[in-house]
Design a protein around this ligand. Structure first.
Ligand code: SF4
Ligand code: SF4
Length: 272
């Protein structure tokens, strides 16, 4: 199976975004976050993106039906599509390990099985993988932004020993450091004056506003848990910060996916 055939199959199975990175791009990670700690024969890391329906944010945005977000998260769909793609890859004689996002808090919870292996659980860094596979960048809000959907997607991964033609790491810029995500947060949990840096596979740094995650855990503006997160880390797309980013990127024409109606109606002007 060529990379082109694999990508078409992934799209036929329902993925919106597909990127491929050689496993060497993950060598900056410790064994606790390295794909080869999970599947030692890994040569290629396939990253799949599934769009979260924009309309699913509206009940939260309007403040009238906070449950709409949960209905628009393609969790079952992404699991099924990823599983089916694994089957297609294994039909060709290559091993394919499906990976779903887990909380970093799952690291170090088990007992080391041998001195040369990290403690379970190894947890991969999905947003960094998506950058390595060419899908997008990590924005100041500390989430992945893609040119198509901004912060509005779920990611899954497949680790395989198939040697596939890789995509280049993402090279563009989507986040313009506008600060809208931070300004929208009633708890001041995103600190624009205090930046956090982390190395990317291409030698550049991802950079985001420091985040006080404890505030997010009790945020009342629309956080939710994703089934695959284990409930320990809030998913912030539906919260005030995430929705502000969607509105900013769309209002400024920065995403390729267009809609007939604006995500957020402009506030009424004085005198209207
Ligand atoms: S989830 Fe809530 S508390 Fe956390 S940054 Fe977003 S708006 Fe602020
Ligand atoms: S709201 Fe602005 S600063 Fe925050 S992630 Fe989105 S584009 Fe970047």
């Amino acid at each position: 199976m060529t990379s082109e055939q694999l990508k078409q199959t992934a799209k036929d199975l329902g993925a919106d975004l597909v990127g491929i990175a050689p496993v060497e791009r993950f060598d900056l990670f410790a064994p606790e976050a390295h794909p080869r700690s999970v599947q030692p024969h890994t040569r290629s890391v396939i990253v799949l993106g599934f769009a979260i329906a924009r309309g699913a944010l509206q009940g939260v945005e309007q403040g009238t039906a906070g449950y709409t977000l949960g209905s628009g998260i393609p969790s079952a769909h992404s699991i099924e599509s990823t599983y089916q793609l694994c089957r297609r890859i294994e039909n060709e004689g290559w091993e394919a390990t499906p990976m779903f996002r887990q909380s970093g808090e799952m690291r170090g919870q088990g007992v080391r099985v041998s001195p040369d292996k990290p403690e379970p659980n190894v947890v991969l860094e999905f947003d960094f993988a998506a950058h390595a596979a060419g899908l997008g960048e990590i924005g100041r809000g500390k989430w992945l932004l893609t040119p198509e959907f901004g912060p509005r997607q779920m990611l899954t991964m497949i680790l395989t020993d198939a040697e596939l033609e890789a995509d280049e790491p993402f090279a563009g810029h989507i986040c313009d450091d506008c600060g809208a995500c931070a300004a929208a947060c009633p708890a001041g949990a995103l600190d624009t004056q205090n930046l956090h840096y982390a190395e990317l596979c291409n030698g550049e740094d991802a950079c985001w506003y420091s985040l006080h995650i404890e505030s997010c855990r009790i945020c009342k503006t629309g956080i939710s848990s994703l089934p695959y997160f284990g409930g320990s880390e809030p998913f912030r797309l539906g919260a005030a910060c995430g929705r502000a980013c969607v509105a900013h990127l769309e209002d400024n024409g920065m995403l390729t996916r267009k809609f007939a109606s604006p995500f957020r109606e402009a506030p009424a002007q004085e005198g209207e």
